[in-house]
Design a protein around this ligand. Sequence first.
Ligand SMILES: [Zn+2]
Length: 315
Amino acid sequence: MSKKLPVLLNPYIKTRFPYNKLKICRRCNNFTVLGESECPVCRKFALQNVENRAASILQRSMWRSWLIVLLIMTVGLVMSESTMQTILFAAGSLLLLALLWTTQRRSTPALLLSQLEKLFQKEAYTLFAGLVNDREMAIQVFHSGDKPLAFEMLREIGALVHTDQLRVEQILLLQSFVLRKDMDLMLDPLLMNHFNPDLVEYIGEIAKIRRDLIKENTFRYVMLHEAQILRMEHGESILVSVTGAAVRMKRYISLYPYLIMRYARKLPKDRFLRLYRIIQNSPSSSSSSLYEEVMGIYNEKYKWDEDFQLKSKEH
Ligand SMILES: [Zn+2]
């Protein structure tokens, strides 16, 4: 196995919607998720947020409606034959303008969203090409040797492009780093449907350093591919670590009792102690087979262990 690199990764900045970081170039129309203002294709400082682009298209169409109303107003005023007609026409037009103004104001958020959808539909191919170009840039950075930056770039693209190829590339890079607890790591977005040993190894590491990232999707993945994982060199210890993460919450213990039963015996003492305490404190579990298994292991291995007698705070 090659030596792992100690690296510093910039934290991942989450946005409300994945497209919030997507930018479009005012000069060459290139889409990108990399870069703040400089377009990676034409090198002009002309990047604009896609939402701003949609807003300016919308504003233009709103101005058009205003112009039409103003035009009608002018023609009507010029053609009116008496003062009364002029007053009535002016009042009517002002009412219309007020109505237009209120409707436009009220419906702007919805209109903006539909404008954004239209933009994505109309520019689907350019958008796709832009993101392909982003990925190529990340691969170039990787070949130039800056692995952490390459990873950060792939992570940004991965927020919008959900392909297994991109996930595998991110996992391989992560697996070449020394992972630490304080890093901004993620797991759910990297899960795939099929069995992938690199992903499994990564899950094993996460289960050791960031148990909180192991959630339902990961448990399901691991159970689905359990037989294949067991055939891996450290497969069993990965499954034990994942089980150690499952005993973190009572909910997971009741959701995945069979996974826990299969690996409870191999859990490190602190994880088994936690499982033992949770099982002991839930009266409904006393008739279950998991309860019997846990009590069996307790009687066999920990009956005389002092830590099991103390009622210390759960961790
Ligand atoms: Zn450009």
